[in-house]
Each structure stands twice: as C-alpha cells, then as structure tokens.
Design a protein around this ligand. Structure first.
Ligand SMILES: [Zn+2]
Length: 143
C-alpha cells in the first residue's frame, strides 16, 4: 500500500473556498453594509441567513417624508440616490448568495477566477472582479 499521507485527488480538483474565518468576516461585512443600505432606502428587504434568523430591529423605523415638503429637485436627487443605493443593495445580496451557496466562488474574480485581494474585498465585500479586471473593464468603457 502507498503512503497514507497522499492528498486525496478530489481536493486538488475542487475549487477551494477561502478559510472559514475569512468567509465569516466577509459575511459580517456584507450584512453590515446591507443593514446600512436598507436603512438608507427606508424599507425592509428579505432576511438572509443560513439559520433563517429574523432581524426585526428596523420595524420601529418610520417615514417622515410627508412633512418634509420636498421640491421637484430634491425629489429627483432623492430618486437618483435611491436607485444607486438600490443597485448597491442588489450587489450585496448577490455576494451574500454566493457566500452561502457557492462559497468556493466567493472572493474569486468572475473574469479571470483568481483570488481578489483581501484588502479590496474588505473595502468592497461585494466586489466581483479583481483590480486588474476591473481596471480593464473601466478602460473599455472609456474607449
Ligand atoms: Zn480578474
């Protein structure tokens, strides 16, 4: 019989997810960002979480829009801001979905599949591209 310390073949084939400790860290970062964005949007989203734990601490939130008497410009500004936040929220949800369902793809660049730098993910936990690919994308947009 060959040595027992051989690495199982499957382990080398399967894409490896980042250490559990880091996944937990980014889950926390994403949930924090999510909470903040939802608060800014002023409404409830779905609650994510493998345990289905509910988070009801925003239920006390109330609208004060009606007595603010905003003019058209303010409303337009608010709308643009809301849509930007809405997009941001969508990206956060996508990242959480990846983290829960396919943790091996979380933190990997969608373009070149390399690991996204920890510093970049920490600043932008919903990032889908590494810095190099993101830069390329921005350049192609400008061209
Ligand atoms: Zn990349």
């Amino acid at each position: 019989m060959p040595g027992s310390n051989a690495v199982p073949k499957e382990a080398t084939k399967k894409p490896k997810s980042m250490p559990k400790k880091q996944l937990v860290h980014f889950e926390k970062r994403l949930l924090e960002e999510r909470k903040r964005v939802i608060k800014e949007l002023g409404h409830h989203g779905d609650t994510f979480g493998p345990n289905g734990e509910s988070d009801d601490d925003t239920s006390a939130y109330s609208f004060h829009m009606a007595d603010q008497g905003t003019d058209a410009m303010e409303r337009e500004k608010a709308f643009l801001f809301a849509s930007q936040e809405g997009r941001f929220l969508w990206h956060i949800d996508q990242a959480l979905r990846r983290l829960y369902k396919t943790p091996e793809t979380f933190g990997k660049c969608h373009q070149c599949t390399l690991d996204i730098a920890f510093e970049r993910l920490d600043a932008l936990p919903h990032a889908r591209y590494c810095i190099a690919c993101k830069q390329r994308e921005e350049d192609s947009k400008r061209a």
